[in-house]
Design a protein around this ligand. Sequence first.
Ligand code: TEU
Length: 552
Amino acid sequence: MDEERAWWKEAVVYQIYPRSFNDSDGDGVGDLQGIIDRLDYVASLGADVIWLNPVYDSPQADNGYDIRDYRAIYDEYGTMADWEELLAEVHDRDMRLIMDLVVNHTSTEHEWFQQSRRDEGGYRNYYFWREGDAEHPPNNWKSGFGGSAWASDEEAGMQYLHLFDETQADLDWDEAAVREDVYDLINWWLEKGIDGFRMDVINLISKPEGLPDGDPEQDWVGIEHFANGPRAQEYLAEMAAETYDNYDAMTVGECVGIDVETASDYVSADGPMDMVFHFEHMQVDMGDRWLSPAEWDLSDLKAVMSYWQTELDGWNSLYLTNHDQPRIVSRFADDDEYRVESGKLLGTLLFTLSGTPYVYQGQEIGMTNYPWSGLDELDDLQSIGKVEEAIEAGEIDGFEEVQDIVRARSRDNARTPMQWDDSENAGFTNGDPWLAVNPDYEDVNVAAAEADPDSVLHYYRELVDLRDAHAVFVYGDYELLLPDHEEVWAYRMELDEEAVLVALNFSDTETTVTLDPAAAVGDLLVSNYDEQHPNGTELTLRPYEARVYSLN
Ligand code: TEU
C-alpha cells in the first residue's frame, strides 16, 4: 500500500470518560484534577493521544453531550484553569489532547436555544421549529433514545426537533449564522492549543428540506433522511476549510448509518476529516430493534472488519468499544474463566490491523459488563428510554423481561467507574460514586494488573511496543484467510518486505486450522499463552489463544 505517513496514523488513542475516570475531590464524579493525577499511568500505556469525552458546561442530561456553553468547563469537573493545566501536563508527556465536538445539537439550556424559543436576537432559525403537538408531530422521526423526535415548547408555542434527548435540540445547519458560530467555537479551542476533535454524530448535521417522513419499520425512524443528508458533505468541507484544516489537528467523525462508500467520501485524501467511527461492526449482534436478543457469528464480524480494511478509500479508525458500547470481553469473547486470555485476544486484534487504534478506559485491564438488575440502577438515557418505550407500547411488562438484553447492551456497562485498586469504590472516589462500581473490582483493577506480569495490562504495553516497532501493523495490506471459519480469525498483513500472520481463536475449545502452506509460519512475535505448541502449517490454538508470527 502506498500510504502517506502521518503522526495520527501511527498514534494509539486512549479514551477517557471524565465522569468515570478518577474523582479527586470526593463528590463521586470524576474530574480534571483526577485525570491529571493519572496521566503518568496513561503515558505508561504508550498512548500518544488522549480523547476526552465532553467536559463543557452542561446540565448533564446526557453526561455532557448536552452542552450549555461551549467555552466553559462543567463545574463538577473543574475550571478552565484546570483544563489548561491538563493540556500542559498532557503535552509535557509528549501526548496530545483531542476533545469531543458536539455540534449537531445543543442543550435546551444553551443561550442560543433560550433566545430561539423566544424569537429573540435573530436566533429563531438556529433550531427546527414546526407547528405540531404530541398527537400530531411534524413528522414521524424518532429519537435515538426512544419516543418521538419532537417536543413541544410552551414559550414558542411550537415543536422543536431532537434526534436525541428532548433536552438536546438539533441545530439547523442550513442557517448560515449557525455554521459561523460553530466554526468560531472550533477555532477558539484550536487557538487554545487543542490537537483535534472527535466529532459527535457529525454526519447528521444536514436534514433534507421538508423533513419527510421516514420508513416506520426502521428502529431509528427517519435515519435514511437525516444520516449523510443532502448537504452533509458540503458543510463538512466548509467546516474543515474554515477551521481545523488550518492547524495540525486530527479529526475523527462519529458517523451513524454510514457505509464504506460514503465514509470514503469523508476520509479520502481531500475529504473533510481524517477518520470516521462507523457502526457496522457494532451491528453484528443487533437484531432489528435495540431490544432484540443479541446473537452474533465470528464470520460476520470478520466480514465487516475485513471489508473496511480492504475497501475504505482512506484511513481506518480501529475500535471495539467506547463509552456507548458494552465491555468487549463480555461481548465478543469470555468474561469469566478466560477473561484474561480474551482481553489479550481482542487487544491483539485491535493492534495488528491497519488503522489508528482507540483504547477505551478499562479495556486495558479487561473490565467486564455490570450485572444490572433494575432500571433504577441505570443512568443511560438510551437503555432507560428504550425499556420505557417498550413498556408504554405494551410490548413488555417490565425490566425483568429484557434484563439479559440490557445487561448485554447498556451504555452504562462502559460507564461504571474505572477500577484502580481493591479499596472501597475501586479507588475511584472517597465519596458515593455516581454509578455503581462493578462487583468484580477486587480482582479486576489496575493495581492488581500492574503486579501481575501475565495481566492484560502488561500485554497491552507489549502490543503497543510491537506496533511501534513494525510498520506492517500500521500501514500493512490486509488479507483474510479462512473467511468462513466460525472459530478462528486468521489474516496476513504485508508491507514492503515484511509480512506477518495473525491467528486468533475466538472459541473456548482447542481448534486446529490448516493454513496455506505458502504461509509457513516463522518466528513468534507475540502470544497470550506462554508455552508454545509446535508450529507448522497446521496450527492448534487453545481457547481464546492469539498468536502473531513473522513470516520473514
Ligand atoms: O452517540 C450517537 C449514537 O447514535 C449513540 O447514542 C448510539 O445510539 C449508541 O451508541 C448505539 O447503541 C453519540 C455519543 O457518543 C453519545 O454518547 C451521545 O449520547 C449521542 O451521540 C448524543 O450526543
